[in-house]
Structure formats: C-alpha cells, structure tokens
Design a protein around this ligand. Structure first.
Ligand code: CP
Ligand code: NVA
Length: 315
C-alpha cells in the first residue's frame, strides 16, 4: 500500500486508536523513539508545552499511566493536574458534558481513566480540547503504543513478526487487535472460550485488517497462538472492576499461564511483554517475567516516551 501523508495531529483525540491512520501511528512511534534518544543525550525538551496544562481524571488506580503522563508533561515544559474523580463534582453527579465544557475553559488537554468507553467518548464530544484515553474497560491505546515502540526497539521492525496474546480478551487485548489490524501485523490471540475479546472489537479489527492485509486469528489454544511467535504478550486475569469474579477467572485462565512449558513453542529469541501490574504465579511465572526474554521494564519506560510524542503532537 502507498503510505498516506500525515497531516498535523494538533487538536486530535486519542480514544481508541481507530481514529489514527497507520501512517499517523508510525509517525507517533518514530517521534517517541526520537524523543527517547534526545532525552538519553540530555537534551531539554522543555519548550514544547510551555504554558500548557494537562488535566488527568482518574476513576481507577494507576502507577504507570499517572506517573508517566505527569513526568512527560513536566519534561515537555507543561503542568499536569491530577484529578481524582471522587474529588471532582463528577463524583457527586455533575454530568460528563458539563465537566468537559468547564475543564475545556482551563486546560489544554485531558487524560481520562475510567470504566465505560462511552464516558471517554462523551467527554471528548463535549470538550473542545484533545482527550486521551488513559484506559477504559474497552481500550488501553497508550499502553499498546508503548508496546509497539518496545517491540520495534527489540526486533528492529514490526514487519513479518508474529505476535501472540495469551489470556483475557480485555482492554489491552482489544487495543492490540486494533493496532495489529492497522499496522498489517500477524497477530494470534488465545483466550478461554468464556473470556473472548468483545465481538464488536473483533468485527472492527477484522474490517480494518481486510483493508491492510493483517492476519488476525482468535483462538482458544495458547500453544497454537504461541507457536513460532516472536512476541508473547499477556495481561492480568482480573482487570480493575472485575474483582468479584476473580476466583472463577483464576480457574478458567489456569491453562493460559505464560510459563516455561508454553514458551518452548515460541521462537528461541522471543520477547515477553506485560503492561503491568503483574501477578507472578497467575498469568505469568516469575522465571519468565524476571527472565532474559522479558522486556517489561523497557515497555514501562516507553509509556513516558510515547506519551511525550502524543502530547507534543496533539497539544
Ligand atoms: N500499564 C498500566 O496502565 O499501568 P497503571 O495501571 O499502573 O497505569
Ligand atoms: N487490563 C488491566 C490493565 C491494567 C493496566 C486492567 O484494566 O486492570
């Protein structure tokens, strides 16, 4: 396919990654890599967001997303404001629309971590500043951009790689599906029958994949998914908000643990990714996540660089 030209991303939202073209995603990843290099060389990037303020609404816990967005904004010369949803009038029934209208008068951009994807979209609809999805029950686009940057760093290029995701058909899996479809990747997903990715995301990824030529397979066999894989990705079995079903989940997901036995089927030089937080002994064993194939600390670090790229381009 002929690469599409990349227009300015200023003012754009990042809600699900579907709103970005593959050329725009690649441009973001290139900038993230460049910003990382510049930081390692000790070059200041503090003039990018001078005078700009990023608001960050959190309705769920966070270590990486919160800290990396705050530090990213600081390093770019802006100011980040952490807004715990329970401390906002939002927690007492003020509408998302009114919150969006008001915050747009003070801020230059908004990150939101929440439950319903519809809430992220409603915020974006009524805000006239860019809105970034910092995780919803449906998607985790910033995470997956950092994953792609990490895979590029360790594997040189994304082309021709086989990616395998093993575990819950959750927000991270959904964003990987969209990214894989956009970027023409070979992506195999294995989940238990009871916990597949959402039908609508499979359909959407399938529709995009038909245009790009990506191959996406949704399976139940972890061995088949991991066979000859270059990259193995997993995530927690119980996402935030699903705590009530954690016991039954542990049982259903037990055959989907990423362990020494499973990874024997992958390529000898496979890399292992996990967005973290991890539960050693559940979705992954300690020998894998703390072993030589894991790139999870680079992956966590890349949240910072990729989000600096996002903020630089859309704010
Ligand atoms: N991976 C990730 O989003 O981590 P946090 O929940 O700590 O932000
Ligand atoms: N799927 C996990 C990701 C955490 C970063 C969750 O939603 O809790």
């Amino acid at each position: 396919m002929t690469p599409e030209p990349v227009k300015s991303l200023k003012g754009r939202d990042l809600l699900s990654l579907t709103e970005f073209t593959s050329a725009e995603i690649k441009c973001l990843l290139d900038l993230a890599a460049e910003l990382k290099q510049r930081q390692k060389r000790g070059e200041s990037q503090a003039s990018t967001l001078t005078g700009k303020t990023l608001g960050m609404i959190f309705q769920k816990a966070s270590t990486r997303t919160r800290v990396s967005f705050e530090v990213a904004t600081y390093q770019l010369g802006g100011y980040a404001l952490y807004l715990n949803a329970n401390d906002l009038q939002l927690g007492r029934g003020e509408t998302i629309a009114d919150t969006a209208r008001v915050l747009s008068r003070y801020l230059d951009g908004l990150v939101i971590r929440t439950y319903a994807q519809e809430d992220v979209e409603e915020l974006a609809l009524y805000a006239n500043i860019p809105v970034i999805n910092g995780l919803s029950d449906l998607y985790h686009p910033c995470q997956v951009l950092a994953d792609l940057q990490t895979i590029r760093e360790h594997k040189g290029d994304l082309e021709g790689l086989k990616l395998a995701y093993v575990g819950d058909g959750n927000n991270v899996c959904h964003s990987l599906l969209i990214a894989a479809a956009k970027l023409d990747l070979l992506f195999f997903v294995a989940t238990p029958e009871e916990y597949p990715p959402a039908e609508k995301v499979i359909a959407l990824a399938g529709q995009i994949a038909r245009q790009t030529g990506s191959q996406i397979e949704i399976l139940n066999s972890p061995v088949e998914a991991v066979a000859n894989a270059d990259v193995i990705i997993t995530d927690v079995w119980t996402s935030m908000g699903q705590e009530a079903s954690s016991k039954q989940r542990r049982k259903a997901f037990a055959p989907y643990q990423v362990n020494a036995e499973l990874v024997k089927h992958a390529r000898p030089d496979f890399i292992f990714l996990h967005c973290l937080p991890a539960h050693r002994g559940e979705e992954v064993t300690a020998d894998i996540i703390d072993g030589p194939h894991a790139v999870v600390w680079d992956e966590a670090e890349n949240r910072l660089h990729v989000q600096k790229a996002i903020l630089s381009l859309i704010l």
